[in-house]
Design a protein around this ligand. Structure first.
Ligand code: NAP
Ligand code: F7E
Length: 436
C-alpha cells in the first residue's frame, strides 16, 4: 500500500510494509542537491545527486561512518564535520550511570526521527562480540577508531585495562572487518599518537622516526599502530595511522594540561579558585586545535592508498609558556620563580583594559589585590614515572600528500579555550552566587 507523508524537508513514500523511500532536496542559489534513500526492513541505501548551476549532475552515494569514541573530544568534532559533509554517522558510546553525550548533544536525534544522520550504539572496545555485531549491522564505509583510555598518567594506574582497550581493542575492530568480509569496503583510521616517539630519537619527529614509548598508554598504542600496519599488508586492507600530536580545544577533557590550565586561570580570574597545582612545567608539546586535526583524519581515509601520517603544527612550547599565554589572554602577567618542586608562578601585573574586556570590570578590583601572590604551585603527584620531555612534529608528508593545513596556531587555540572557559566559569559563578 502506498502512503505519502510530507514534512518541511522530506517526502516519505511508504511503498509497502518493508520498503520506504525518503526524498530530500534543496534548490536555489548556485547549488542544488537531491537525495533519496531506500530503506527495507534489513538494509538502508542512500543516494545523493548534486547538480551545480550548469546542471552537471554528479551522483554520489551517501557514506556511512562508524566512530568509536564519539563522546570524546575528537569524536564530537569529527561527527559534526562528517555530518556536515553528508555522511550518516554511527557512534559507539559506553553505558554510564550519568549522561556522557554532552559533547554531541547538539547533533543528537531521537531514535523516532526519520532519516537520522547520527545513530548511537552502546558498546565497548573490550567486547569483541559487540563490536563485530555493530560493524556488521552498520556496514560502514569508514571506521574512525578513536576510542581509548587516553590519559597517559592514568595508564600507569590502569595498565592492563589500557592495553586491552587501546591495543587489543584495535585488533578487535580490524578482525571484525576481516571476518565480516568487509576488507574491500571498509576503510579504517587508527588514532595513533606522538606518544609513540616518547624518548625521542630525532627532532622533529616524522613518519620514519623510530618509536620509544614511555607509558603503558604509549606501549598499547604501539601495538595498535603495528597491528593496523600488519592488517594493511597481510589482507590488503585500507587501514591507516594518523600519528597525531597533542590537539586541544574547548571540548578537551578537564584533566589534560591545557584544559586544566584554561579552566584554572578562568576560575582564578573570577575568584572561584586561589591557585593551580601543576606537575612538570618544562615538558614541551606541539599543540594544535582538534578542529583542524579531525579534518586530517577524514583526508587520510579519502586517499587511494592507506598510509601513516604525522599531523602536527611544527611548533613546540613548554607547559610554563602555555600557562603564561593563558593568563596573558586575560591581561595578567605571570612571573615564574624558583626551580623544581619549589618553582612558583606569581602575578606580576594586570592590564586593566584587557582584563575588563576579557573577564569584566567587577572582578578587576579583587584580582588586583592579588598582585605579588602565588597562583601556580608544583605538586609532585602530577609527575609521571617516565616522562615524554619534548615533542615537535614534522607534518610535511600530510601537507604535501593530503593538502592538510591547520587554521589555528597556538595563540588562536589559547584564545578559543580561554574565551570558552571564562564564559563557562561565569555560569558556574552565577550558580554559586545563587546558592547552587
Ligand atoms: P578523549 O576525549 O579521552 O575520548 C576518548 C573516547 O574514547 C571517549 O568517547 C571515551 O568514552 C571512549 N572510550 C574510552 N574507553 C573506551 C572503551 N573501553 N570502550 C568504548 N569507548 C571508550 O580522547 P580524544 O582526545 O578525543 O582522543 C581521541 C583518540 O585519539 C584517542 O584514541 C586518543 O588516545 C588519541 N589521540 C589523542 C590525541 C590528543 O591530543 N587529543 C593525540 C593523539 C592521539 P567516554 O566518553 O565514555 O569516556
Ligand atoms: O600532558 C605535563 C605532563 O596530560 C602534557 C593525550 O591526549 O596527548 C595527550 O597526552 C604534558 C605532560 O597530555 C600537568 O607531564 C604538567 O608532559 O595534557 P597531557 P599528554 O600526556 O601529552 C597525546 C598526544 C595523547 O595521545 C594522549 O592521549 O603536561 N603536565 N603538569 C601535566 N599534565 C597534566 N595532565 N596535568 C598537570 O597538572
Amino acid at each position: 500500500m502506498l502512503s505519502i507523508y510530507l514534512t518541511k524537508k522530506v517526502i516519505i513514500l511508504d511503498l509497502c510494509k518493508d520498503l520506504t523511500v525518503f526524498l530530500t532536496g534543496q534548490f536555489g542559489g548556485g547549488f542544488n542537491f537531491f537525495s533519496f534513500s531506500l530503506r527495507s526492513s534489513k538494509n538502508r541505501y542512500n543516494y545523493t545527486t548534486f547538480a551545480n548551476a550548469n546542471n552537471k549532475i554528479r551522483p554520489t552515494m551517501t557514506k556511512i561512518a562508524l566512530i568509536t569514541g564519539i563522546t570524546g573530544q575528537d569524536g564530537a568534532y569529527l561527527a559534526d564535520y562528517l555530518i556536515n559533509k553528508g555522511y550518516i554517522v554511527h557512534g559507539l558510546k559506553r553505558r554510564s550511570s550519568l549522561f556522557n553525550t554532552e559533547r554531541i548533544d547538539h547533533l543528537y536525534q531521537d531514535p523516532q526521527e526519520s532519516n537520522r544522520r547520527l545513530i548511537l550504539h552502546y558498546g565497548d572496545m573490550t567486547d569483541s562480540l559487540n563490536l563485530t555485531r555493530i560493524i556488521g549491522e552498520t556496514q560502514p564505509d569508514e571506521i574512525y577508531n578513536l576510542a581509548a583510555m587516553s590519559h597517559v598518567q592514568v595508564s600507569f594506574e590502569t595498565p592492563e585495562y589500557t592495553a586491552d582497550a587501546n591495543g587489543i581493542g584495535t585488533l578487535r575492530i580490524l578482525e571484525a572487518v576481516r571476518l565480516l568480509g568487509l576488507t574491500k569496503k571498509t576503510r579504517i583510521y587508527q588514532a595513533s599518537t606522538s606518544e609513540l616517539y616518547g624518548l625521542v630519537q630525532e627532532i622533529p619527529q616524522k613518519e620514519t622516526t623510530p618509536f620509544y614509548p614511555r607509558s603503558p598508554y604509549a606501549v598499547a598504542k604501539m601495538y595498535a599502530y603495528w597491528i593496523t600496519v600488519n592488517y594493511r599488508e597481510a589482507y590488503g586492507m585500507h587501514a591507516s595511522n594518523g600519528i597525531l600530536f597533542n590537539h586541544e580545544s574547548p571540548l578537551r577533557g578537564e584533566t589534560f594540561v591545557t584544559r586544566k590550565v584554561t579552566r584554572g586561570v578562568a576560575k582564578i580570574a573570577l575568584g572561584l579558585q586561589s591557585a593551580l597545582f601543576m606537575g612538570n612545567l618544562s615538558a614541551q608539546r606541539d599543540w594544535g586545535h582538534a578542529k583542524d586535526y579531525v579534518k586530517a583524519m577524514h583526508l587520510i581515509l579519502q586517499q587511494d592508498k592507506p598510509d601513516n601520517y604525522v599531523i602536527a603544527t611544527g611548533v613546540t612550547s613548554t607547559i610554563r609558556d602555555f600557562i603564561r599565554m593563558a593568563f596573558s589572554e586575560i591581561g595578567v602577567s605571570i612571573e615564574f620563580r624558583g626551580k623544581g618542586v619549589d618553582e612558583k608562578g606569581v602575578i606580576s601585573s594586570i592590564d586593566e583594559k584587557i582584563f575588563n574586556a576579557a573577564v569584566g570590570e567587577k572582578h578587576f578590583i579583587d584580582l588586583k589585590k592579588r598582585i605579588g601572590e602565588q597562583v601556580i604551585s608544583i605538586d609532585p603527584k602530577y609527575f609521571r614515572p617516565t616522562e615524554v620531555d619534548l615533542l615537535v612534529g614534522d607534518s610535511t608528508k600530510a601537507k604535501t600528500k593530503l593538502g592538510w593545513k591547520p587554521e589555528y596556531d597556538l595563540p588562536a587555540l589559547v584564545k578559543d579555550m580561554m574565551q570558552s572557559d571564562v564564559k563557562l566559569m561565569k555560569k558556574e559563578l552565577y550558580l554559586k552566587e545563587g546558592g547552587f
